[in-house]
Write a protein that binds this ligand. Sequence first.
Ligand SMILES: [Zn+2]
Length: 339
Amino acid sequence: MTCSSRPAPAGPHHLRRAGSLALALTLGLAACRPAPPHGTTSTTAIATPLDPLPAYTEAGSLHQQVSGETILAWAEAVTAMGARPAGSEALERTRQYLEKELQNLGWVTQRQAFEDTTPRGRIPFVNLRARFAAGPGDPWLRPVPVLIASHYDTKFYTDFVFVGANDGASGNAVQLEIARVMASSPAVAQRIELVFFDGEEASVSYTPLDGLHGSRHYARAWREWPRDRRPRRGLLLDMVGEKDLKIEMPANQSSDALRQLALRAAADAGHRRSFGLSNQEILDDHVPLGMAGLEMVNFIDLNYRVWHTADDTADQLSAESLAISARVALLFTEKYLLR
Ligand SMILES: [Zn+2]
C-alpha cells in the first residue's frame, strides 16, 4: 500500500509544536490503514474474564516494592547495547534481552512486526508487546484496560554514537520494574499491556513519514481490535531517569483528568515535587494513541541538558529518579487508572 501525505515542517524532537502535525498525522493514519492483525478480526469473540481486582489499600500498595538499584541495572544493560536505531542488529539484541527479562518475570511477549517508509528507505520495525502469563485463558484475549508504553529505539546519528540512556533505556527499565512488581499481584498484572515501541525517533525530523512509526502502527491496529479488548487508558514513559528529575506532563493529546490524577498519585507517593504540568505541545508516542481514542498521559522530563547528544549516557541516570518514576507510575496505575 502506498502511503502519501504532505510532510510537516521540520523541528526539534519532543519540543516542536504539534498543531500542524495533528492534521498531517491524521492524513497519514487514514492513508495507511493496514489489514487487521491475525486473531483480532472477530468483533463478536467473547473476552476472557479476569481475576477480580482487590480493593486498593495503602498498606499493600505495590509502589512500595520498587527498587531503584534494580531499575538502574536494567537501564545500564539496555544502554550497554550501544546505538540501537530502528532496523539495527543492536536493536534486535535489545529486543531479545527485553523478551528474556519479561519472560523471566512471568510475562508473555509478542512481536508486532511491520515495514515502513523512512528517509533512510524501507525499514523493518518491531513493537514488542507483553502481557502477564498467569491467569484465566489466553493472555492476548483478555480485556486489558491499561497500556504502559515506552520506546526502545535510539535516534539515528552518523557523526557520533548515541546510546540513549535517558532517552530510551530509562523508560524500558521502569517498564521492566513495573513488570517485576506487578507479578506479585496477578489481578493487577492481568489488566496491563506493556508495549515497547520501535521507531519513535525520526531519522531526520518528524514528518508523517518519519518518526512515531511504532505508535502509529499500534494505533492503526488498535482501531481494528474488538472494542472490549482495546486498552482504554495509557501511560507513556519517556526520559524518566535523569538525576535532576522533573516530569512535566504535556497538554496535547492528553487527558486533563488523568494528568490531575497523576499529580495526586505523585503526592500520594511523596514525590509531588518531581511532577508538574506543561503547557507545551509535545510530539511523542502518546499523540497517535490519543488521536486513535486512548485516554493518554505522558511522563516526560522536558529539560534534559544532554538530550540528543553523545552525553546521554548511563552516568546521567540515578537510581532514586528511576525509582520515583516507577513508584508514581505504579501507584497511579493501581489506585487510579484501573478504577
Ligand atoms: Zn529522542
